[in-house]
Design a protein around this ligand. Sequence first.
Ligand SMILES: NC(=O)c1ccc[n+]([C@@H]2O[C@H](COP(=O)([O-])OP(=O)(O)OC[C@H]3O[C@@H](n4cnc5c(N)ncnc54)[C@H](OP(=O)(O)O)[C@@H]3O)[C@@H](O)[C@H]2O)c1
Length: 341
Amino acid sequence: MKRIKAIIYGVGEMGRLMTRIMIEKDVEIVGAIGNKSNIGKDLGEVCGLGYSLNVKISNDADAVFSSAKADIAVMSFCSDMQAMYMPTKKCIENGVNVISITEEALYPWTTSPEITKELDELAKKHGVTVTGGGIQDINWISLVSVLTGASHTIESVLGRATGNADDFGPVVAGHFHVGETKEEFESKIREQKLEEGFMGIALESVIADLGLTIKQKKQSMESIIAEEDVNSVALGRIIKKGEVLGAAQIDEMTTDEGIDFRAEFIMKVYQESEDDTNIWVIKGYPDLYLKQEKFSGSIMTCTPTINRIPDIINSEPGFITVEKLPKIRFRAHPLHYYLNK
Ligand SMILES: NC(=O)c1ccc[n+]([C@@H]2O[C@H](COP(=O)([O-])OP(=O)(O)OC[C@H]3O[C@@H](n4cnc5c(N)ncnc54)[C@H](OP(=O)(O)O)[C@@H]3O)[C@@H](O)[C@H]2O)c1
């Protein structure tokens, strides 16, 4: 069985970490696509490996696809389907499967139905699979769906998660308005592109997995204001008292079946003693409670994404969202050991 060949598409915080994880699972990195920073540099050096991978970071995606035959592109540079569309189309047309941590790609069937349908049809035509993954695959989808297996009746499903904006790059800090003034925050949220919060997109996947039908949905965002000066690694400066430390995305959904869903995702710059948490409360018969703490959101973004690679290569072609893939699991061996063909 041959080693899996991958192109890393986006070499920011997450792309660098996923590169290191893939190498440890014996994936061969055959290309790296960036934007402006680190172009022409060796991927190994940029990822802090201390040795060269003989892969130069390029911003010419066509040149990368024509010089390197890859099984999969591991994508991490955007959050919405509009930005993911052209790069994904390019991957598909070059016969390359895609796993992307683009938040909307986790379940884009309702938020960007046309683009998703088009990519689905194109992927089927070229015999490849496109999937959105990341921390949500575990914390906000698989764990929640499995927990409902203990329910006889459900009245509501409530989720609350926190993340440290300093664990990610500037793109994530931007989504949560870190460092803005209160006035900038208020004016920007009116123009925000995403129809739903990141946790709301995951709720859609859970709702689809449970065979329920959404009746109504509502999304809002609330700022969290710094009560003292706080240093931010992601911004590379001090966030002053009174500026935005982060924000909470709140998603509420009702269903035809009478089960209500609510999720609150807080992303902000942590102060000492704060930690990532992921809490789910299912009200019904019986009441169920799940709490995760003391995990790293950035590592838990990258490890499930890489563990998913064999599932995606093995999958039927199309835009396949994670609730349709096999149960996600640990990979003890090099990733190509898990390929069916
Ligand atoms: N699903 C999840 O679990 C999850 C978790 C964390 C993050 N994310 C998302 O993943 C994305 C990356 O996060 P991050 O923390 O790695 O961000 P980051 O550190 O800010 O890095 C983003 C990288 O993408 C590059 N880039 C921008 N446009 C590009 C393009 N068209 N082609 C190739 N590269 C391009 C940027 O290059 P330049 O600097 O040269 O512009 C930068 O290196 C964000 O959108 C974030 O919201 C998802």
